[in-house]
Design a protein around this ligand. Structure first.
Ligand code: MG
Length: 256
């Protein structure tokens, strides 16, 4: 097994990491994976790249322009305008205009974008076999996402993975204050599966996933497909970060 290739260490130059530390991290990670009886997966990132064709940032920019047309551009800071994120923008609008039709409309537009993107989403390498293997060895799986649950449901159906999740797909609700980092969708998944948080594992690619997992008492494994994402997860306190799902599959296939 070649864990070390896939582990993303806190120190940028991997070869400078003491071998003993790297081995200890590999062992901890294998234990984390083998100890998980429930796995909560974020959708966009660990399962697929939803906006593979039209980038999430393009959608966020369209949201900013839409807000400007509504005369509400001032709810965003300069940073949020320059590097917008669809869910952050939606949450900010929800905070500023609680219960308004504008919030409902922006959420509907985002849901339509997400549903439209399902057909062109790129599967994350090793995600499909990993999900099937986890399901086959009796681990209960759920999706805990800030995306519309309809989009995640349609994607797993298209991939023939619906049976692996047994309808445990928990996404954005009308109450946008409950988006991650709020642990609401994790709580829903844990409650529905009757899961002890300590026996679960959350895999996510954003700091909001990490914060939500910590709030729910669920161990966290970061998946970072870029150095930028890795740095964000590490600086937020993620202990384990991988840049490929392949080693997780290897651990499951070599289960004692
Ligand atoms: Mg994500």
């Amino acid at each position: 097994m070649t864990w070390r290739r896939h582990l993303v260490h806190a120190v940028p130059t991997q070869h400078t990491v003491p071998v003993a530390d790297a081995v200890a991290e590999e062992t901890e990670l294998a234990e984390l994976v083998r100890g998980a009886r429930y796995v909560l997966l974020d959708f966009d990132g660990p399962i697929c790249r939803l906006f593979a064709v039209r980038r999430a940032q393009d959608i966020a920019r369209a949201q900013v322009e839409w807000l400007d047309r509504q005369g509400l551009g001032s709810i965003l800071s300069e940073t949020e305008r320059e590097d917008p994120d669809p869910h952050t923008t939606l949450r900010l609008l929800a905070e500023q205009r609680r219960g308004s039709d504008l919030v409902v409309e922006m959420e509907k537009r985002l849901t339509a974008e997400e549903l439209g993107a399902v057909g062109t989403a790129w599967p994350t390498p090793y995600a499909d076999p990993l999900i099937r293997t986890w399901s086959a060895v009796g681990v209960r799986l759920a999706i805990t996402t800030n995306n519309a649950p309809e989009a995640a449901g349609r994607y797993v159906e298209n991939r023939g993975l619906s049976d692996c999740f047994h309808r445990h797909i928990y996404g954005r609700t009308q109450d946008l204050e409950l988006l991650k980092p709020h642990p609401h969708c994790l709580h829903r998944a844990l409650n529905a599966m009757g899961a002890d948080p300590a026996a679960a594992l959350m895999i996510g690619d954003a700091t909001t996933d990490l914060v939500a997992a910590e709030a729910a008492g669920v161990p966290f494994l970061g998946y970072a497909r870029s150095e930028h994402k890795e740095a964000a997860l590490r600086s937020a306190g993620a202990k384990h970060v991988i840049d490929s799902l392949e080693p997780l599959l290897t651990v499951l296939r070599t289960r004692p």
